[in-house]
Design a protein around this ligand. Structure first.
Ligand SMILES: O=C(O)CCC(=O)C(=O)O
Length: 229
């Protein structure tokens, strides 16, 4: 059991309804040390950085440090810290587990997408993200479409069909798609359901980011092909 400061009923309902929550300043005191550790892992495990170019990033470069928590005792204990565990426990119940983590340096934007790769659609989950750079409203802030994690809804199904290339399909640019922008400063944490559609515009900022992905007790392994149909 984790001992915790509980989320309010409203926060739990908001996550359930909209698919995300933000916690401004949750790690304000620790973020400089977390960033130093992130940099150390990138430096000392440079041979494990995965260069990544994908259409989701408009084929621009992203560097990924997979399973960053396995490369650092400090980041591993952060991922299992009470501050984070209490949030996850309140959102998906216990026992939950840390399924994955990564560190990222983005020299690219990220188009509208979900993070379902390898996760079954019905998987209750929480993704926790830390940005180590300021992410500004009207600019490069993380964007999410409220309620888009309700994957069996008509709306979510239509997003899946139409929002990946919105210029072409609905005549809107990435930044014109209606959404909530969540501006952040280092030390803030955003948590969201990996099934929600989200995007980040590129403004040349070479942002640094770390994520932890948690799944609930019913997770039984990677998705089957049916989950992607
Ligand atoms: O910062 C970004 O470009 C992407 C973040 C994201 O899509 C994610 O955390 O899944």
């Amino acid at each position: 059991m984790h001992t915790i400061e509980k989320l309010t009923l409203q926060q739990k309902n908001r996550f359930d309804l909209l698919g995300y929550l933000s916690f401004p300043g949750l790690f304000a005191n620790e973020i400089a040390d977390i960033r130093a550790e992130f940099d150390r892992v990138f430096r000392e495990s440079a041979d494990q950085i995965m260069p990544w170019e994908h259409v989701v990033h408009h084929n621009l470069p992203r560097q990924i440090m997979p399973m960053i928590t396995e490369k650092s005792a400090m980041l591993n204990s952060l991922a299992h810290s009470e501050k984070i565990s209490s949030i996850i426990a309140d959102l998906v119940g216990e026992p939950f587990r840390l399924l994955g983590s990564d560190g990222n340096i983005y020299d690219c934007g990220t188009r509208w997408h979900t993070d379902l790769t390898g996760l079954p659609y019905n998987c209750r989950n929480v993704k926790v993200i830390f940005y180590f750079d300021e992410m500004r409203a009207g600019n490069d802030a993380f964007r999410i479409i409220p309620g888009s994690h309700h994957h069996t809804d008509q709306f979510a199904k239509k997003l899946k069909r139409l929002v990946k290339t919105p210029e072409e399909t609905i005549g809107l640019s990435i930044t014109e798609v209606p959404c909530e922008e969540i501006p952040t400063v280092p030390g803030d944490v955003v948590v969201f359901d990996a099934r929600a559609w989200h995007a980040v515009p590129y403004v040349g900022n070479r942002r640094h980011m770390m994520s932890f992905l948690y799944v609930d007790k019913d997770y039984q392994g990677p998705a089957t092909s049916e989950d992607y149909q």
